[in-house]
Design a protein around this ligand. Structure first.
Ligand code: PPE
Length: 311
């Protein structure tokens, strides 16, 4: 089990309106979502802030959770208030000071065949402690990445702006290919061969003091951390180009590159395909935005009160 060791013995998980013991939060092997990848999920962090445990940008994660279900005609069947209460209570009941929160909804047990037919929609909220996604050291020194040989699906194949469980087989292919080759993570190009994102991260590029990130039409997830970092950068006077295409070649000539994500937070990239980016360490703009990010989420400033939901 590994990552769940701390919580598996006495943790609880919210499932379809009630709390169940960690070990009892199971599902049938003929669950529709298991066979066809028909689930939608979120990844959210709660931080141990100066003012207590607070969920970061819960409203936006909840918006995206509902929206992800839309292409699949998936009605979650719980109101915003119910899911918010369920989530706050999940963090409380598990005594978590900081947490990674995983809401998931999927077509459950009831029928097979691609059409969900009679399958119910199961809705679950789990939470557990999860440290730095790519390791503590990565936050400081950056990571080596590989441009994957796998391409991201075009949005005309699968909506990439919906956070669908099935999409992540592509992420697994790209990420594991990178790790087999000794890299920490992948960068995935879109069908046109331009830069899309990481397997579980959005990507930013810094060049000549300006900031670039692939636009929403580049087969990316509309990342909430991406939006946070754009906001923080603009507040600090940076020009941010967030509706652009970034060609593969621009990766190698960037001054700085970094990943963002709820799990990955702000992670610098020091090499792409063994070509050094900038001076091969966390660059100054990355460092400034990363510090601003952690100051914000740990509430060492009182900026953006509206982004915090206290547990
Ligand atoms: N792109 C993808 C493909 C992605 O999965 C994520 C989040 C992002 C961009 C960044 O989005 P946001 O978290 O809203 O800033 N990936 C989640 C899952 C990671 C996992 O390994 O599972 C996450 O960060 O929670």
């Amino acid at each position: 089990m590994g990552m769940f060791d701390d919580i598996a013995d006495d943790g609880v998980i919210w499932k379809n309106g009630e709390f169940v013991d960690w070990a009892d939060a199971t599902t049938h092997v003929l669950t529709h979502g298991l066979h066809y990848g028909t689930g939608v999920f979120e990844g959210v962090r709660a931080y141990d802030t100066e003012e207590g445990t607070a969920i970061f940008r819960w409203d936006e994660h909840l918006d995206r959770f509902y929206q992800s279900g839309q292409p699949y005609d998936m009605e979650l069947g719980y109101s915003r208030e119910e899911l918010t209460d369920a989530t706050l209570e999940t963090v409380r009941r598990n005594d978590l000071e900081s947490a990674y929160i995983r809401p998931i909804a999927y077509y459950g047990y009831g029928s097979l065949g691609v059409s969900p037919g009679d399958s119910p929609v199961d809705v679950v909220v789990a939470a557990w402690p999860w440290g730095a996604y790519l390791g503590e050291e990565a936050l400081e020194n950056g990571i080596d990445v590989m441009v994957s040989s796998w391409r991201k699906h075009a949005s005309s194949q699968i909506p990439t702006n919906a956070k669908t469980t099935g999409l992540y087989v592509n992420s697994l292919l790209a990420g594991e290919e990178a790790r087999r080759n000794g890299y920490a993570e992948a960068i995935v190009l879109n069908k046109e061969g331009n830069v899309a994102e990481g397997p579980g991260e959005n990507l930013f590029l810094v060049r000549d003091g300006e900031i670039y990130t692939p636009g929403l039409s580049e087969s990316i997830l509309d990342g909430i951390t991406r939006d946070t970092v754009i906001t923080l950068a603009e507040e600090r006077g940076y020009k941010v180009h967030d509706a652009v295409s970034i060609s593969r070649g621009e990766l190698n000539t960037a001054d700085e590159l970094f990943f963002t994500g709820s799990a990955a937070e702000v992670t610098p990239i020091r090499k792409v395909d063994n070509v050094t980016i900038g001076d091969g360490s966390r660059g100054p703009v990355t460092e400034e935005l990363q510090s601003a990010f952690f100051e914000l989420v740990e509430r060492r400033t009182d900026d953006h009160d509206e982004w915090f939901t206290y547990v």
